[in-house]
Design a protein around this ligand. Structure first.
Ligand SMILES: [Zn+2]
Length: 310
């Protein structure tokens, strides 16, 4: 290789001829310098960055964060497991309560002799609606949630049935108890009807405002319906008398008693013994004079005596 060097100042030229070794050295310099520069820059860049990340302190901080996150995940896992266990227990409790509610409902339905078709506590509630396909890939409700929803619907259904049943029974009980029916005695016979008759004392035609039941002295006189005692004591013509208000405009009177067993204000039940049969007042012998008042006027008690008890 021949190198010609031109001098600017003198215009002269000089030439050198390079041997094998010199040539190799020059090439190494020409290629080596840029490569070395790049290598140096990269290595400096790397070392400056890694010094930010990988100091002992920062490494420690990273490890701490990692440990903290791991424990958070662990806590969350334990927490959800605990919650799931509690929920499972709650579902089991609800199912047990539902079984008891069903049993109660069935017993009430049987006791009340209700149509069991209307109230069916053994079956799941009747529901419906068109079938709609659910894309399994986009919707997958967990079994647990489904079970909860089913349970909720069942409880709601039983609640409604029991509410209706309660209302029905309450109404029936009220009607039954206030419903005037039957005789005011357990033993005895009807000795005088309601209406016109000849007066047992004067023999003249008189109005008999009630019916008489003759029986043994001291035998039970019973209330024909539940109510509140509004009179208990001596009353002109009636002797010892008990009056009971049954509400709905109805009241009854039990007269000529030997002894009254209730006092004014007492709440009495249908069939309760209110007095003992006697012959006090205007009476010819042991009997009970029984009157029924409807809106303040006497009516024939026979209508109520003969109608069937509900
Ligand atoms: Zn009478």
């Amino acid at each position: 290789m021949k190198i010609i060097v031109v001098s600017k100042r003198h215009g002269s030229t000089r030439s050198f001829t390079l041997g094998g070794w010199t040539r190799a050295l020059l090439s190494a310099c020409m290629v080596g310098i840029p490569v070395g520069a790049v290598t140096l820059a990269v290595s400096q860049h790397l070392s400056s960055n890694s010094s930010d990340i990988l100091t002992a302190e920062s490494t420690e901080a990273w490890e701490e964060t990692l440990v903290e996150q791991q424990s958070q995940v662990e806590r969350a896992k334990q927490d959800s497991e605990r919650k799931l266990a509690a929920l499972t227990l709650r579902v089991a409790e609800l199912q047990a309560r539902l079984v008891r509610l069903d049993a109660l409902g069935e017993r009430l339905t049987t006791m009340a002799k209700l149509d069991t078709g209307e109230f069916d506590f053994g079956r799941s509630p009747a529901r419906g609606g068109p079938e709609q396909d659910i894309d399994e890939t986009t919707y997958a409700a967990p079994d647990f949630q489904e079970a909860l929803e089913q349970l909720g619907a069942q409880i709601e259904d039983r609640q409604q049935q029991l509410d209706t049943l309660e209302a029905l029974l309450a109404k029936r009980k009220l009607q039954n108890d206030v419903f005037l029916a039957g005789r005011p005695i357990k033993k005895g016979w009807m000795s005088s009807r309601y209406g016109r008759r000849s007066d047992p004392f004067t023999g003249r035609i008189a109005w008999h405002a009630g019916v008489d039941f003759a029986g043994k002295e001291g035998s039970d006189i019973i209330a024909v319906a539940s109510g509140v005692v509004t009179w208990s004591g001596e009353r002109y013509g009636y002797g010892q008398m008990v009056e009971v208000n049954h509400g709905n405009g109805f009241s009854t009177r039990y007269a000529h008693c030997k002894e009254n067993l209730v006092k004014v204000g007492d709440v009495i039940k249908k069939g309760q013994v209110v007095a003992l049969m006697g012959s006090s007042g205007r009476s010819t012998g042991p009997h009970v004079h029984f009157e029924v008042y409807k809106n303040g006027r006497t009516v024939d008690p026979a209508t109520y005596i003969h109608r069937a008890s509900r």
